[in-house]
Unconditional design. Structure first.
Length: 298
């Protein structure tokens, strides 16, 4: 059982599943849990707050959410719920990145999101509470028709943010100037690339194999992916591997070398280097810090 202090809930990282399933939709409709440390995952995350408040520490900026707030951020950078009110209730929808490229958002918004910004709707919509409650039911159902319908409606709601007032929160905006938008075919290619990588990241794949899956030239694949996401193909592959490895590290006394191999890294040194770059510590220290902090809360 997850530990609580007063009426606040603490997130139990040992029970988290989202990190290990980068190509799956994961939904949490509950009291948000205060996180003992930051985590990350390959999905885009959508939050809607039904009641109370939630405070996040994102990469380089903080986000304060209140009842009625709707936000979107890319989970690939470390983020952490620092605090909540006792009456907080929200829905967190972790949407596979392939759906992100279905969104018809202005390119500057899309690019800044991929670089770590948080998109916050500036106006509350009185219908959001009822809609998110319904989408929650649909997304958790076993009916694929309802699931797909909810995803379609959810994407339309996110697209509508651009037509009202909104905020893009990040550490700095000087280095995130918008560039020319790729055409829709390019966005479709990127979505297909993301799907292929999510299905195959644990194997030895390179830019040629990735481009071949979409039937485009490797140089074009690398160029359009970097232009739209701010990441290279290798960086995105590493992200999915690190997300998967993070999940493995929290489950049992697994060997770090085995985690590296099972996650698709070719060597322990490559795994350690990538993990330190993202988490600021070694995989072993990360696992130890999670377990020590969690055991201290129980």
């Amino acid at each position: 059982m997850e530990s609580k202090i007063g009426q606040k809930r603490y997130w139990n990282p040992l029970k988290s599943t989202v990190e290990g399933v980068p190509n799956q939709l994961v939904i949490s409709h509950e009291q948000p849990g205060i996180m003992p440390t930051a985590h990350w995952h390959a999905q885009v995350e959508i939050n809607y707050v039904f009641s109370g408040t939630v405070d996040y520490q994102m990469q380089g900026h903080c986000v304060h959410l209140e009842a009625g707030d709707l936000c979107l951020f890319w989970g690939g950078l470390p983020h952490q719920v620092l605090d909540t009110s006792e009456d907080a209730m929200f829905i967190a929808i972790h949407l596979p990145l392939v759906h992100f490229f279905r969104l018809r958002l202005p390119v500057d918004i899309q690019q800044r999101l991929m670089r770590g910004a948080t998109l916050l709707a500036g106006e509350h919509d009185q219908g959001d509470g009822r809609s998110f409650a319904r989408w929650s039911d649909y997304l958790r159902s076993d009916d694929p028709v309802k699931v797909n319908h909810a995803i379609d409606e959810l994407l339309l709601r996110i697209e509508r943010i651009q037509f009202d007032s909104y905020k893009l929160l990040d550490a700095a905006t000087t280095d995130t100037a918008p560039s020319e938008a790729p055409d829709r075919q390019s966005f479709q290619n990127i979505g297909e690339i993301c799907f292929y990588i999510a299905e195959n990241f644990r194997h030895d794949i390179d830019s040629s194999a990735i481009a071949s899956s979409v039937d485009i030239h490797p140089k074009y694949a690398m160029s359009v992916f970097k232009k739209s996401t701010g990441m290279t193909l290798n960086e995105y592959v590493s992200l999915l591997r690190l997300s998967y490895a993070q999940a493995l590290l929290l489950r049992g006394d697994v060997n770090v070398l085995q985690v590296a191999m099972d996650s698709g890294f070719g060597s322990l040194s490559a795994f350690n280097s990538s993990f330190r770059k993202l988490a600021g510590m070694s995989p072993s220290d990360y696992r130890r810090s999670i377990r020590d902090r969690h055991s201290g809360q129980c």
